[in-house]
Design a protein around this ligand. Structure first.
Ligand SMILES: Cc1cc2nc3c(=O)[nH]c(=O)nc-3n(C[C@H](O)[C@H](O)[C@H](O)COP(=O)(O)OP(=O)(O)OC[C@H]3O[C@@H](n4cnc5c(N)ncnc54)[C@H](O)[C@@H]3O)c2cc1C
Length: 505
């Protein structure tokens, strides 16, 4: 039995902690804030309640597996998962709108054919076939295995792009999300649909490798799920599972640095100077050089900690929480994405460190009584992907108010009469995300992707300092609720089975 110190109580770290405790280790989680969950926060005020992080769960299998492997009670007995159907509605700049059913390939194709015409559904279906190949080829070497020492094999893009023959010019294949949109989908609305998926995960469509196609494939194949009571209920369930497995939590315990002894990680030093010895340390937050002084966690040959292609840095989120008068209509769609006319201008702004005049806005209207004081009111959340704090000063009150207005304007296309219904507005920016997660600039890590020369991979779970492992969205296989959960399984597997661990069978 080893003593294991886990830094941070985010989802990746807690997933690792529960699994390590089941394997017989003594695990203590040191969390700088007063609560668990990291990004999975809840804002409750005036009888309204909102998720402040992700609003939907994709790939619930990751958390089902965690609950199966760590105890008797399956996930579904600990939280109520509701399928979101339609999975999303899309409103395009030309006024066309389409609702995509949950986890129904045939339904999605039919809906796109009917709404967009011109064989759009068939084209999207053929794209999803290629995306499935990217998913199949990514699962094993990328998502379900620790990052291989010969990670260069992941530098090649697994998306089987169509060859586009051109008169008197060399044939070409799409290498990025934007190129798939322009060359394979060839309908500005389908291109906007694909760009929206990439942007939603914080990826720049212009730079993100074509393998990002697996993100819509993942959502459209395995479905979109809402956790009743809010996504934080999932964090609570994982926290409670940790407690049931005798994981100890120290809240208000900021780790100042990882203690090193004889060339190994030997514990953590807290901000108040207290040292807690440990045989292994799991860092579940964004790695910073000052946390491990004098140690290069990775050298130039290794994979960088954040996607290199992120330009001004990984993107953040701007979130507007709206308390509305008037009830939620029974036929309201849970998630609507309002696409702007000029996606190129938006991504140039977001990844160039500016605010976009017309952002892609995701509107969430959960059908959940716990989010509102009564049936005569509704809680709605608007989200846009934005540049992190730094290039944009998100403490600027005037900017925050102005940008909230921009989102409310756009969201009017999804919720008619929205502005007139607003009782109260709360704004959350990358500054608030930084406070919740400790990530510099309030950046939100994107999922790792193969391709682009390895520029979208994340740091390996194993580091150069023996005994120090990385979990959570800033490490392999990257950010997002599902991916961070996978990192927990990979870290636990590496500790339990040793360096030869190549993923669970
Ligand atoms: C606004 C927003 C929207 C998002 N939307 C989506 C989405 O739509 N889909 C999706 O899949 N994902 C989304 N995400 C990302 C997703 O929530 C995370 O990737 C996921 O929860 C995994 O988080 P994590 O394990 O990396 O930990 P984090 O959530 O980053 O938490 C890190 C924890 O570590 C603690 N910590 C940091 N430094 C220290 C220290 N030195 N000592 C002690 N404790 C420390 C922090 O306080 C925090 O509790 C979103 C995130 C945000 C913020």
């Amino acid at each position: 039995m080893a003593r294991i110190a886990v830094i941070g109580a985010g989802m990746g770290a807690m997933a690792a902690a529960a699994r390590l405790a089941v394997a017989g280790h003594r695990v203590t989680v040191y969390e700088r804030s007063q609560t668990y969950g990291g990004s999975l926060g809840r804002h409750a005020d005036e009888g309204f309640a909102f998720d402040t992080g992700p609003g939907l769960l994709h790939l619930p299998a990751v958390y089902r597996d965690l609950f199966v492997k760590t105890g008797k009670e399956p996930l579904e007995r600990c939280v109520t998962l509701a399928q979101v159907d339609p999975a999303s509605r899309h409103v395009f700049a030309d006024g066309t709108a389409v609702s995509l059913p949950n986890a129904s390939r045939a339904g999605t194709v039919a809906a796109l054919d009917a709404a967009l015409g011109g064989g759009a559904g068939t084209k999207w279906g053929a794209f999803l076939d290629r995306a499935r190949d990217a998913w199949d080829r990514s699962r094993r070497p990328l998502l379900e295995e620790p990052l291989r020492p010969d990670w260069q094999v992941l530098a090649r893009d697994p998306y089987p792009a169509e060859e586009r023959r051109r008169l008197l010019r060399p044939a070409r294949r799409a290498g990025t999300v934007a190129e798939i949109g322009a060359w394979e989908l060839a309908d500005p609305r389908l291109a906007a649909l694909l760009d929206g998926y990439a942007l939603g995960y914080g990826l720049d469509p212009l730079r993100a490798p074509a393998s990002a196609a697996l993100l819509p494939y993942m959502e459209e194949t395995f479905g979109s799920w809402y956790v009743m009571g809010g996504m934080r209920a999932l964090a609570r369930a994982v926290y409670e599972r940790c407690l049931a497995r005798k994981v100890e939590f120290a809240f208000g315990a900021e780790v100042a640095r990882v203690v090193e002894k004889d060339g190994r990680a030997a514990g953590v030093e807290l901000a108040d100077g207290t040292v807690a010895e440990a045989d292994r340390v799991v860092l579940g937050a964004r790695p910073r050089p000052d946390l491990v002084p004098g140690q290069e966690l990775w050298d130039e040959g290794d994979v960088t900690v954040q996607p290199r292609a992120g330009g001004a840095g990984a993107a953040g989120r701007f979130v507007v929480l709206l308390a509305l008068r008037g009830g939620r209509p029974a036929d309201a769609v849970h998630r609507t994405v309002v696409h702007p006319a000029d996606g190129a201008a938006e991504r140039a702004a977001v990844f160039g460190g500016r605010t976009a005049a017309h952002p892609t806005v995701t509107v969430l209207r959960p059908d959940d009584p716990s989010t509102r004081p009564d049936a005569a009111h509704e809680a709605v959340t608007l989200t846009a992907t934005v540049a992190p704090h730094g290039p944009v000063d998100w403490t600027d009150e005037a900017l925050r108010a102005r940008y909230a207005d921009t989102l409310i304007d756009a969201a009017g296309a999804a919720v008619p009469g929205l502005r007139e219904r607003v009782l109260h507005t709360w704004v959350r920016t990358p500054v608030e995300t930084a406070a919740d997660t400790g990530a510099e600039g309030g950046a939100v890590p994107a999922p790792a992707l193969a391709g682009a020369g390895g520029g979208f991979l994340h740091a390996a779970n194993r580091t150069r300092l023996p005994g120090l492992l990385l979990a959570g969205g800033w490490s392999h296989p990257g950010g997002g609720l599902a991916h961070a959960g996978m990192s927990g399984a990979l870290v636990a597997g590496t500790v339990v089975e040793g360096d030869g661990f190549r993923g669970s069978q």
